[in-house]
Design a binder for this molecule. Sequence first.
Ligand SMILES: NC(=O)c1ccc[n+]([C@@H]2O[C@H](COP(=O)([O-])OP(=O)(O)OC[C@H]3O[C@@H](n4cnc5c(N)ncnc54)[C@H](OP(=O)(O)O)[C@@H]3O)[C@@H](O)[C@H]2O)c1
Length: 219
Amino acid sequence: MTTAIIGVGNIGGALAPHLVAGGESVVLAAQDQARADTLAHELGPLAHAASVEDAIAGADVVVFAVWLDTIKGLIAQHERLLENKVVVDPSNPLGFDDKGQMVRTLPEEQSAGSVVAALLPAGAHYVKAFGTLGADALASAANREPQRAVLFYATDDEAAATTIERLIRAAGFEPLKAGGLTDAGRIEMPGGDLHQASLNGALLDLDEARAAVAAGVHA
Ligand SMILES: NC(=O)c1ccc[n+]([C@@H]2O[C@H](COP(=O)([O-])OP(=O)(O)OC[C@H]3O[C@@H](n4cnc5c(N)ncnc54)[C@H](OP(=O)(O)O)[C@@H]3O)[C@@H](O)[C@H]2O)c1
């Protein structure tokens, strides 16, 4: 299985080394090809760099580690290539206002996940994941002991669930399903009750994470 990571910034740059450390093959792409080349070189034989188009075409799984508006553009551009692929979306509905303040870019009731999933071709396997922690925590908390930290995911798709559980484990975390696509907003920020930002920065173990999922369901 090959995982394309599109974007090697905070999230893609944290995820790629974890996946390689867990034995996964990755292909890296970015706007600035030199950044993808450099990181792939650092990561060794399980990693290589490619153009966005070639990375998507050659992968079984595509992680869009880019901002929401960029994801929309890339899906429009590469829609045909995404057919039958697992598409992993870590995005948040965030942007900056004219004063440089971070603002929500979608209405409260609309998740970034619902927007991304609706743009994909019918045969793509959508899952929301890898955005539930801040990038620093994602980078530093792999293989936590004695209990691994949980990464939540949300999907309606069984194939996507199986694949993301494998990748989350390979990355050194414990996977836990937060729910289906309608629950994607629970693991986004701002506002998602299961996002690290709403948990005072806490990293949850599996028991704590199960309790948090259930608490939100019954709220
Ligand atoms: N940062 C966090 O703590 C955090 C936490 C949870 C979720 N997220 C979500 O994760 C996503 C990525 O965030 P980030 O902080 O990693 O962003 P980032 O550091 O700004 O990195 C974005 C990456 O996207 C690449 N990129 C931009 N336009 C592209 C294009 N057209 N084609 C290919 N690559 C392109 C950039 O490449 P170049 O550098 O070459 O321009 C860069 O590598 C966002 O949706 C964000 O909401 C972020």
